[in-house]
Ligand binder design. Structure first.
Ligand code: ZN
Length: 167
């Protein structure tokens, strides 16, 4: 599979949360008990005049407890969602608590990691963030996810989700 064009640059005001985003969150909540920290919000990106993808209605922030079990659930979700990025038409995923093991011991900050569809399918689309190139909020205990606006409806999305092997 080749890279897919990233659909949310620039973002726009979609007026409300997409039913696809709601379905995606419901399915993640059932599987990993993530909490809903926000879907549609008409706001600008941090440090930018452009709108956040949250304004389009296709982004969700999913929280988890800052515990060993919470982190394990987030890691499982990260791997499963990235591995199935094409089947789910995942466009972006941020894991703010990831710490690159190759980082020097002196730098304790978890700079995070991000998947983006335009970089490639699955693990090819993953970039490890650094002190100078990251998505902000290092160490944040939530995942930020963006699902494509190409889905016809939430039922089709759910069907695709259920057709995948469980993590
Ligand atoms: Zn977010």
């Amino acid at each position: 599979m080749t890279a897919r064009k990233y659909p949310f640059y620039p973002s726009w005001d979609g007026g409300s949360t997409s039913p696809i985003t709601k379905k995606f969150y419901d399915l993640c909540n059932k599987r990993w008990a993530f909490t809903n920290l926000g879907m549609y919000v008409n706001r600008q990106m941090r440090g930018s005049k452009n709108l956040s993808v949250h304004a389009s209605g296709f982004a969700v922030d999913m929280g988890y407890p800052a515990t060993r079990a919470g982190r394990a659930a987030a890691k499982e979700a990260w791997t499963w969602l990235v591995d199935n990025s094409e089947a789910l038409l995942l466009c972006e995923l941020h894991d703010y608590s990831y710490r690159n093991p190759a980082q020097p011991e002196s730098d304790k900050t978890s700079w995070g990691r991000g998947y983006r569809c335009s970089r490639g399918a699955g693990q090819k689309g993953v970039k490890l963030f650094t002190s100078s190139d990251n998505a902000g909020t290092p160490g944040g205990v939530w995942l930020h996810a963006e699902i494509s606006n190409e889905w016809e409806n939430a039922a089709d999305f759910e069907k695709a989700w259920r057709a995948l092997p469980k993590p």
